[in-house]
Each structure stands twice: as structure tokens, then as C-alpha cells.
Design a protein around this ligand. Structure first.
Ligand code: ATP
Ligand code: MG
Length: 300
């Protein structure tokens, strides 16, 4: 059973955001026992319950205060905000962090044989989409009078099925569009996953304190993913050249090697990875034992 005092977090049950969201929760130290068929998963080491639902439900659950936090695609979040605005429902929430996964774009795509010279070409046409509010806002901003036809799935087959003239759908690689004879024309919304929180005033102090501990851990995990720990041996006389080749490394640690005054060890946390080309240049300067290692966690 779920307990009101435990922090409730909504994640997509199964879909494109599920694995990355669960992996992030685990990476910040939350132990979870997820049983595939159950709606709720309890953490075994923190006062946290996970609610596993369809992504469409997550914005509403957060905005209505049914859960405290939610992991959601910004496309879905923005669509739900517009939908609630249209029916004068409040949409109170705070975006805590934009995350580093779930990247995609909501784009207009038309059949390859269609004459398309910008969005005005869609005047008086029908466009199939799962995101009618985002699409209608785009049409309005561009002064185009076109009709959004709501479809919850198989949007890409709508033109061939004669249901619509064009589509507006989520794209990441474009392979699905191509397979259906469609060409991407205009990006109307760029999206990533985000962590959102219910309105701040409605959280009790204990939950707020827990969130304040979890969010810096998320920053630490994201930062660590982007960073590398680089170690190498460098000729002492070329140390300045070596430093200038290391990316994003302002303050490397330079250590003497015992019994070898001509060589030093250089250690550095770099915000970028080291490309093969740079490693080759370092080698040409006389560097050796060049190691590039992933960082698991970072703080401060
Ligand atoms: P649910 O059953 O939970 O309603 P769904 O079919 O609506 O699932 P998914 O296809 O799993 O949703 O996509 C969830 C989210 O993943 C999207 O809303 C979007 O933010 C993100 N996403 C990332 N890349 C893509 C992509 N190529 N196509 C669709 N969504 C993507
Ligand atoms: Mg959905």
C-alpha cells in the first residue's frame, strides 16, 4: 500500500522514457524492486514510491498533486498544459531539471510528391497528429488555417490511408518517415525528458528536504556522464603544450615520477572526451600511458 508520507514519483511504465528514467533513479542511489505487472514499486532504502503509468497521465498527476515528481517528455508536458489551458484547468508545476535523454523533435512531414513551400502550403489541409494543441498553436502563430486530426497511433500512415494530407509527429532519426514516403519539413517543437515537481507550496518539509538531496545527485550523474578522467605521462619540457591540448582542463594535477625527472604524470578531469586525433598529438609530443576513463559519480 502507498503511504502519504512517502515521496511519490511517476515514471512511464513501458516506453521510450522508462529505462532511462529508472536507470537515473538507480544511479542517484534509490534502490527499487520493480515487478513488471505492478503499478507501484516501493524503494527499499528511501521513503519513495514509484508510480508506473502511461506517459500521457504524468503531467496531470503532477499538476493535480497526486504525485510529487514526474519524469516526462517536454512535448507531452507542453501539450497537456495547452489542453488544460483550453479548459481553464490550472497547470501548476515546477520544472526541476531538463534531462539528458528522450531527445526528439515534433515535426511536420508531407508525402514526398507534395509541393511544399513552407507551412502556408498546408492552408485548408488536414494534418494528422497526436499533439493537436501544439500543432494548432503552430498554425495560429503562422497564420495558417489548417485542421489538426487527432490520432493516438500510426500517425505516419494517415496520408497513405487518405485520412490526412500531412502529419505532425515525433522524429528522432527520421527512418519511420522515410519508410512511409514522408519528408520532414518544419520542426515545431524540440523536446527532451524533464523532471517536474508539483507546486512547491503543497510539499511538506520532509519531502522538500528529500527532493533537495536528490536533485544535486541528478546533476552529479549528468555531469559525470559528460566528463572523463584523463591520465598520462608527459615529458617535463613539453608540459605547457600538453596542457593546451587537453580539452576543458583548466587545472591539471602534475605529479613527479620517482627517479625520473624528465617525465611527469598529468591527471585531469575533463568536461569533454579526448579524441583520437588529440591522443595522437600527445603521443607525438612524447606522452605515454594515455588513459581516458569514465567517471561514475561527481559532486562539488
Ligand atoms: P505510453 O504507452 O506511455 O502512452 P507512448 O507510446 O505515448 O507511451 P513513447 O513512444 O514511449 O510514448 O514515447 C515517450 C516519449 O519519448 C515521447 O513523448 C517523447 O518525449 C520521447 N521520445 C524520444 N524519442 C522519440 C521518438 N523517436 N519517437 C517518439 N517519442 C520519442
Ligand atoms: Mg503516451
Amino acid at each position: 500500500m502507498s503511504d502519504k508520507n512517502r515521496l511519490r514519483i511517476a515514471v512511464q511504465k513501458s516506453g521510450r522514457l522508462s529505462d532511462d528514467s529508472i536507470a537515473l533513479l538507480k544511479a542517484i542511489g534509490i534502490k527499487l524492486q520493480i515487478r513488471d505487472r505492478l503499478l507501484i514499486a516501493h524503494s527499499t532504502n528511501m521513503p519513495i514510491d514509484l508510480l508506473r503509468v502511461r506517459d500521457d497521465d504524468i503531467p496531470g498527476l503532477v499538476m493535480d498533486g497526486v504525485v510529487d515528481l514526474g519524469f516526462i517528455g517536454e512535448n507531452e508536458l507542453e501539450e497537456k498544459m495547452l489542453e488544460r489551458q483550453a479548459s481553464s484547468k490550472p497547470s501548476n508545476f515546477i520544472t526541476l531539471r531538463r534531462l539528458d535523454y528522450g531527445g526528439c523533435r515534433l515535426s511536420l512531414a508531407v508525402p514526398s510528391e507534395m509541393d511544399y513551400e513552407g507551412v502556408a502550403s498546408l492552408q485548408n489541409k488536414k494534418v494528422a497528429t497526436t499533439y493537436p494543441y501544439l500543432l494548432e498553436r503552430f498554425f495560429k502563430e503562422n497564420g495558417v488555417n489548417a485542421k489538426a486530426v487527432m490520432l493516438t497511433g500510426s500517425v505516419e500512415v494517415a496520408p497513405r490511408a487518405g485520412v490526412a494530407d500531412a502529419i505532425c509527429d515525433l522524429v528522432s532519426t527520421g527512418a519511420t518517415l522515410e519508410a512511409n514516403g514522408l519528408v520532414e519539413k518544419d520542426v515545431i517543437f524540440k523536446s527532451k525528458a524533464a523532471l517536474i515537481q508539483r507546486a512547491d507550496g503543497e510539499l511538506d518539509d520532509e519531502k522538500r528536504a528529500l527532493i533537495n538531496r536528490l536533485v544535486p545527485r541528478i546533476d552529479g550523474v549528468m555531469q559525470a556522464k559528460e566528463s572523463k578522467y584523463i591520465m598520462l605521462h608527459a615529458p617535463t619540457e613539453y608540459i605547457e603544450q600538453v596542457k593546451s591540448l587537453l580539452p576543458g582542463a583548466e587545472n591539471p594535477t602534475v605529479l613527479p615520477l620517482s627517479g625520473n625527472p624528465d617525465t611527469v604524470a598529468v591527471h585531469v578531469v575533463s568536461s569533454e572526451t579526448l579524441f583520437w586525433e588529440t591522443m595522437e598529438k600527445l603521443k607525438a609530443l612524447g606522452c605515454s600511458s594515455i588513459l581516458v576513463m569514465p567517471i561514475e559519480k561527481m559532486m562539488g
